[in-house]
Ligand binder design. Structure first.
Ligand SMILES: [Zn+2]
Length: 274
């Protein structure tokens, strides 16, 4: 975990102070007190690979549904994001089945396209009701879903022009989170980087975290500059971490806390506050 910077400390302190001022300025004797904002709490999972040969991929979906439903019953989630590779390559016909599984989640959910989800933009739009690049404005957060592949399954950086244009209209009052299946850092040496995406992250620090799937072996929670880079391993598929899991993000007094959750062994992994 990176030590809290002076800038972040000042931001957090100012944020608390402004809430106090806002509360003090509210008119007295209002009939219905404004309810306290609900702290953000959501989960991210990726890489279900429905239809992968020689795997019980349907079971992987039902396991995820059970784990997320149980988590939600203990402490409510506000939404879930499934960050790509909903199906395994060659199984585009199973995308509606993946949707039917996810429709059973007890909360709203959003999906990104992975490099195994090789359908046309029209097919994606018709199935999910939104494009492969999409912004979601919720009360307490902005979610940006960025496509990092195409119908051929290529490894792409994502459309940084669309991202930059989108960020111009994003509210400054709530945090933003970016979800892109393929990491914008393409190699372990961090020499092959999507500089266009990095430029947007640098210019828009309101993007507090970037969530990646794709590399099933990675369940990291790390800081990259001012941005948290968060990986969620996999919930399906034959390769990757020995466990299957998802990531939880919760708003805290200081900002956000996150950890990867191994729902196979019910363990918390790689916690980070940011
Ligand atoms: Zn995958």
């Amino acid at each position: 975990m990176r030590p809290i910077s002076r800038r972040f400390f000042l931001q957090a302190t100012l944020g608390s102070a402004s809430v106090g001022v806002w509360a003090a300025c509210r008119p007295a004797n209002t009939a219905t007190p404004t309810p306290a904002p609900v702290p953000l709490r959501f989960a991210v999972a990726s890489d279900g690979h429905l239809g992968e040969p020689s795997t019980p991929s349907d079971q992987y979906y039902t396991d995820l549904l059970a784990a997320l439903t149980q988590t939600h019953q203990t402490t409510p989630l506000q939404f879930v994001v499934i960050n790509g590779d909903l199906v395994h390559e060659g199984n585009n016909g199973l995308l509606p089945k993946a949707k039917a599984y996810l429709d059973q989640l007890p909360v709203p959910y959003y999906v990104t396209r992975g490099n195994h989800d090789r359908v046309s933009l029209d097919t994606w739009q018709q199935l999910w009701g939104y494009g492969t690049n999409h912004m979601v404005e919720r009360d307490n957060v902005t979610l940006i879903l960025l496509d990092t592949s195409n119908e051929a399954g290529d490894t792409l950086c994502g459309d940084d022009s669309w991202l930059r244009q989108t960020m111009k209209s994003v509210r400054s009052t709530v945090p933003a989170f970016l979800f892109m299946h393929i990491p914008f850092i393409h190699n372990a040496q961090a020499t092959d980087i999507c500089t266009g995406i990095l430029g947007v992250l640098t210019d828009y620090p309101i993007i507090r975290a970037v969530f990646h799937g794709h590399d099933h072996t990675k369940d990291l929670s790390i800081m990259y500059g001012h941005t948290a880079l968060l990986f969620d391993a996999h919930f399906g598929s034959s390769w990757g971490t020995t466990y299957r899991g998802f990531r939880l993000v919760e708003q805290s007094r200081e900002g956000f806390s996150t950890h990867q959750y191994d729902f196979t062994d019910k363990q918390t992994i790689n916690s980070l506050s940011f």
